[in-house]
Design a protein around this ligand. Structure first.
Ligand code: GUN
Length: 290
């Protein structure tokens, strides 16, 4: 068996096209959806994400507001910026790029964002709404994973789903979304005993641990659908001195011989995250205009 490769890049392109059409219709009513992205410090991975987000926001016809603050920015200064963005009618979505420097309390900053503008879905109100089955802003990476799973498998009801990783950004909201789809959901983490046996139960496996090659082929049930959220940058001397390349959390070459379908890295989950961010921003804009 060789798995089908789920083309996140193409799927994300379709979503971005739909978003651009919605933006064009809003512009006919003199409404321009706006996304503000805040970056604190100069983490190189965050720099790349933020640059891509800004470019794709503009390509979709939306307004992009970029705010760059120094590594030593005070927590209060950041909260004040968030409050100004909350009050700005041109801004419909606010994203504070994580991680923040250690001296800043991430929860405090995230919870300062107006929940209606929280296009990351990280505010405790949105997390609570998702967990209690109410309409919520849904975090972009798990939303992208869910769209790919639904596209591949159709109805997910009753399926055994295993999520590896319990972060607030991916693992926990992914589990909530799969539960909302009536999956039987198991969440594994660093303290899980007999993790191989647990993961082997999954008809759906979502790997979000942030460790390259963490998931070997003998953890994967034959015919499973595998979503690899990992984006790990490694040295690639074969591409030249000092070059790097991206790899996932799953041992792709081995797992593709066992799984029914798998997302590649790059070109799987990554492009879907930004496409869902743009879609969430248009949704926030539409809701704000009634
Ligand atoms: N850092 C890594 N992923 C994300 C994300 O989806 N949103 C934000 N704000 N920061 C991140």
């Amino acid at each position: 068996m060789t798995a089908a490769i789920i083309d996140g890049k193409a799927f994300a392109g379709e979503i971005r096209e739909r978003v651009a059409n919605q933006v064009a219709r809003l512009k006919e009513m003199d409404i321009v959806p706006g996304l503000a992205v805040v970056l604190v410090g100069d983490d190189p991975a965050s720099e790349i994400y933020v640059r891509n987000k800004n470019r794709q926001t503009e390509e979709a016809g939306m307004a992009s507001f970029e705010h760059r603050l120094g590594e030593d920015t005070e927590e209060q200064e950041l909260v004040e910026l968030v409050r100004r963005l909350n009050a700005d009618p041109q801004v419909h979505g606010i994203l504070v790029q994580l991680p923040l420097p250690d001296h800043i309390d991430e929860n405090l900053v995230i919870n300062a964002i107006d929940p209606a503008k929280d296009v990351d879905g990280f505010h405790v109100i949105n997390a609570g709404r998702l967990a209690t089955g109410q309409s919520a802003m849904v975090p972009c990476t798990p939303l992208g994973c869910l769209l790919m799973l639904r596209d591949r498998l159709g109805d997910l009801s009753g399926r055994e789903a295993v999520v590896i990783g319990r972060s607030n950004i991916v693992g926990k909201p992914m589990a909530q979304l799969l539960l909302r789809e009536n999956c039987t959901v198991t969440v594994c983490h660093s303290r899980t005993r007999d993790i191989a046996d647990v993961v082997r139960r999954g008809e759906i496996v979502v790997a979000a641990v942030g460790r390259r090659d963490f998931v070997p082929a003998d953890w994967i049930r034959r015919g499973a659908t595998v979503i690899d959220v990992g984006i790990n940058r490694i040295d690639a001397p074969e591409k030249g001195e000092g070059k790097t390349r991206l790899v996932g959390d799953v041992q792709f070459d081995a797992v593709k011989d066992v799984a029914d379908a798998i997302t590649p890295v790059p070109g799987g989950v990554g492009p879907m995250t930004i496409a869902c961010l743009l879609a969430n921003t248009v949704t926030a804009c539409c809701l704000s205009h009634g």
